[in-house]
Design a binder for this molecule. Structure first.
Ligand code: IPM
Ligand code: MG
Length: 370
């Protein structure tokens, strides 16, 4: 039997711990099946870490993350920590993980399950069968550019600064990930930037075009301004297959894509670094939804994005495609059977709790594996 995989679990804040509890049960399920087994460590991140360790991510936690085969993260942030200085906020914990693990490629698939076509605010014919992948650059751009800050001006007013900056290698490496994915899917990639107003956009377009000509001529490449891309995503999302874009545009476009699938509660994500000589890569998996403070602690949250993030981990970090398929099929079957948390339920329809949804997926896994 292969060596145990080292997982670091960081539930975080808000609904993070609730949805992560369902993943813990899935970990146990795979352990029992013995095809793969896990050494699980759990630690604090975000507001929970501020309260428990005095910082949004303790150095010791960072070290554990670097040593893990994969990190699973719930969500960070919440009203309790809103007034902290910027560099001490819960979100810094997540951003530190992304930056120090060099997780530059963030894969955010938006799939509209047939059973959820009605849950989207868009017309059924617009979203049915939707299956797109947003590749968001995750360690550069406005999120990390220097200089940044808020300064006091001599006249007593203030000035806030953030810097959008990208280099050739940063664009190249994320473009390659996106081209490779497009190659495995329908062979189409759309690159989104604002080359009409930003130098970083011009550079982005030129570098993506160069990588395409040199290495990926079998993939069909198109370019789109990011604002047009936002509009096209609600007008006709099925025109896309893979979209590659920068950190800030990717943040916005992926939330938008989330609603195409019915609920942000359905969207998983994978954040990946480069593989080393042994093929092992740093990786972190998290749902796209946030901490949802309004429903935290009530057992109402949808655990499927977190469970689907676990499936992405099986696929991208552990090369267990069949097991990832198993989890995704279990989720699909549970939705087909009509099981719904509140976020994906039709008005007036019966809803189940976070734990009951988790249980339904596990029961389905049992059936599928029998
Ligand atoms: C996301 C989130 C984060 C981001 C926050 C929590 C820092 O919105 O993962 O999309 O802005 O990247
Ligand atoms: Mg976001």
């Amino acid at each position: 039997m292969p060596a145990n995989k080292k997982l670091l679990i960081l539930p975080g804040d808000g609904i993070g711990p609730e949805v992560m509890a369902e993943v813990r049960r899935m970990v146990d399920w795979f352990d029992r099946r013995q095809a793969v087994s896990f050494d699980v460590e759990e630690d604090l991140v975000g507001g929970a870490a501020i309260d428990g360790h005095g910082a949004p991510l303790a150095d010791a936690t960072m070290e554990k993350a670097m040593a893990a085969d994969a990190v699973l993260l719930g969500a960070v942030g919440g009203p309790k920590w809103d007034d902290l200085p910027f560099d001490q906020k819960p979100e810094r914990g997540l951003l530190r993980l992304r930056k120090e693990m060099d997780l530059y490629a963030n894969l955010r698939p938006a799939i509209c399950f047939d059973a959820l076509v009605e849950a989207s605010t868009l017309k059924p014919e617009v979203v049915s069968g939707l299956d797109i992948m947003i590749v968001r650059e995750l360690t550069g751009g406005l999120y990390f550019g220097e200089p940044r800050g808020i300064e006091e001006l001599p006249d007593g007013t203030r000035r806030g600064v953030n810097t959008q900056v990208y280099t050739t290698p940063e664009i190249e490496r994320v473009a390659r990930v996106a081209f490779e994915l497009a190659r495995k899917r329908s062979g189409r990639l759309c690159s989104a930037e604002k080359a009409n107003v930003m130098e970083t956009g011009v550079l982005w377009r030129q570098e993506v075009t160069r990588v395409h000509a040199a290495e990926f001529t079998d993939v069909e490449l198109t370019h789109m301004y990011a604002d047009n891309c936002a509009m096209q995503l609600v007008r006709n999302p099925k025109q896309f297959d893979v979209i590659v874009t920068d950190n800030m545009f990717g943040d916005m476009l992926s939330d938008e894509a989330g609603m195409l699938t019915g609920s942000l509660g359905m969207l998983p994500s994978a954040s990946l670094g480069d593989p080393d000589e042994t093929g092992r890569r740093q990786s972190l998996y998290e749902p796209v939804h946030g901490t949802a403070p309004d429903i935290a602690g009530q057992g109402k949250a949808n655990p499927l994005a977190m469970m689907l993030s676990f499936a992405m981990m099986l696929r991208y970090s552990l090369d267990l495609d069949a097991d990832a398929d198993l989890v995704e099929t279990a989720v699909k079957n549970v939705l087909d059977a009509g099981t719904r948390t509140a976020d994906i339920a039709a008005p007036g329809a019966e809803t189940v709790s976070t734990a009951a949804m988790g249980e339904a997926v596990l029961a389905e896994l049992d059936k599928l594996a029998a």
